[in-house]
Design a protein around this ligand. Structure first.
Ligand SMILES: Cc1ncc(COP(=O)(O)O)c(C=O)c1O
Length: 415
């Protein structure tokens, strides 16, 4: 075996299933079995595998121009995608810097926040505030704003840039939002001179256990960022493109961030890409007669034409109202998981949009979860004490029932 697999002890990991193709919500394995992908390949394959319209757009583009650098050159798909993203994004988020993964999109957002103040001569303002429980990616800058304990990065203590850690918001439905915001206010005010931004996953902390918090918190954080004079960065890499039942989670709170990061589902999951978007007042700090005010960043594959075409095709599919309607139906069906509430092994069940989460008391019952699910014809991968589904929106009702059946079997055991 020469492939080095993610988040796995290579010595003891089970042999991975070998996938030969995928269609709709299903993966076909080399032994002929099919598994329903209940987690959309880490939440990105929102329209299912090999969606014909996305594939056609990629093939068409591959025959014309599979790639070209954006340094000094440009192309139609990049222009079209930037314009389309500006149209569909909240408020006046209108300038788009392309990257190639969610982590890189976050790195770009962090650099923008730092340089926004440097370009005004404010060199001390270089720290980022982040929420406990956060996950923003695996590169060193992104790791510096992940929860140091839960963010899987404890091994890198001492290497990462020290940032300003805020407490975790009360979970959705719990009281204490005002008290929480006043604690955050105290920390932000005390660190005002060194802070340039606050990064959050709006309403749902994904890898931090699919933890949901109320829109009032996000509205409060927006107000505090304005009060303290720092940029609000919404990392919509996991929440963007319908996962919580709306196009972007920040919309649910009526909040327009200064910087927004998109990734994962941006291309319908068919190619790696991120888009870091800013509002005009941010862009204007870089638009200058001073050469050094330029944003010094430029991944080789930024704005890749294949990825742009895939993203344009995926957005067109999303904009057809039937997808958001389907997500509502998925949400209604996923609420059947709520019957697990009250079982001694279950701590919490949460359902929002096309996301269903069961948090168990003892994570050891999830140890064999992928294997048990596969026996039920389902692909899932739990983590920590959380088992979840974030299916492709094309999943059928029957497939969704199989997914929920597998989750029940793992949590309750064979009956
Ligand atoms: C909120 C959030 N930000 C950033 C990332 C990193 O994205 P990528 O894995 O594409 O680098 C992730 C990945 O799970 C994420 O959930």
């Amino acid at each position: 075996m020469s492939v080095w697999y993610p988040y796995s002890q290579m010595k003891s990991m089970p042999t991975p299933f070998r996938v030969v193709s995928g269609h709709g919500a299903r993966l076909r394995l080399d032994d002929g079995r099919e598994l329903i992908d209940s987690i959309s390949s880490w939440w990105c394959m929102i329209h299912g595998y090999a969606h014909p319209e996305i594939v056609a757009a990629i093939v068409d583009q591959a025959q014309r121009l599979p790639h070209v650098m954006l340094g000094g050159l440009s192309h139609g798909p990049a222009d079209d995608l930037a314009a389309r993203l500006a149209e569909i994004s909240p408020g006046d988020l209108s300038y788009v810097f392309f990257g190639d993964s969610g982590s890189v999109g976050v790195e770009i957002a962090l650099k923008i926040a730092v340089q926004y103040f440097r370009n005004q001569g404010l060199f001390n303002k270089s720290k980022i505030a982040f929420l406990s429980g956060a996950y923003h990616g695996d590169t060193l800058g992104a790791m510096s704003v992940c929860d140091p304990v839960e963010g899987m990065h404890h091994l890198f203590d001492g290497v990462l840039i020290p940032q300003i850690q805020l407490p975790r918001p009360p979970k959705w439905g719990a009281s204490g939002v005002d008290e929480y915001l006043s604690v955050v206010e105290t920390i932000l005010c005390a660190n005002k001179d060194q802070l340039c931004g606050l990064i959050v996953e709006p309403l749902m902390q994904g890898a931090g256990g699919f933890y949901l918090y109320h829109p009032d918190v996000l509205r409060g954080l927006r107000r505090l960022c304005d009060q303290v004079g720092i940029l609000l960065i919404c990392d919509e890499v996991a929440t963007g493109f319908g996962r919580l039942g709306v196009m972007f989670a920040s919309e649910l709170a009526g909040v327009v961030p200064d910087v927004s990061v998109l990734g994962k589902a941006l291309t319908g999951g068919h190619l790696g890409m991120s888009a870091t978007m800013v509002r005009p007042h941010v862009f204007e700090r870089f638009y200058s007669d001073v050469a050094d005010h330029a944003l010094m960043h430029g991944p080789t594959f930024m704005g890749n034409p294949l990825a742009c075409r895939a993203a344009l095709a995926s957005i067109e599919l999303m904009m057809d109202g039937s997808v958001l309607n389907r997500i509502t139906q998925i949400e209604i069906r996923l609420k059947r998981l709520l019957k697990l509430v009250g079982l001694s092994q279950v701590r919490d069940v949460r359902v929002m949009g096309a996301l269903g989460v069961v948090e168990v008391v003892d994570s050891s019952i999830l140890r064999q979860s992928s294997q048990i699910a596969a026996e039920c014809g389902v692909w899932l991968r739990s983590f920590g004490n959380v088992i979840y589904t974030a299916p492709p929106y094309v999943i059928t009702d029957d497939e969704l029932d199989s997914v929920m059946g597998a989750i029940e079997q793992i949590v309750i055991g064979k009956r």
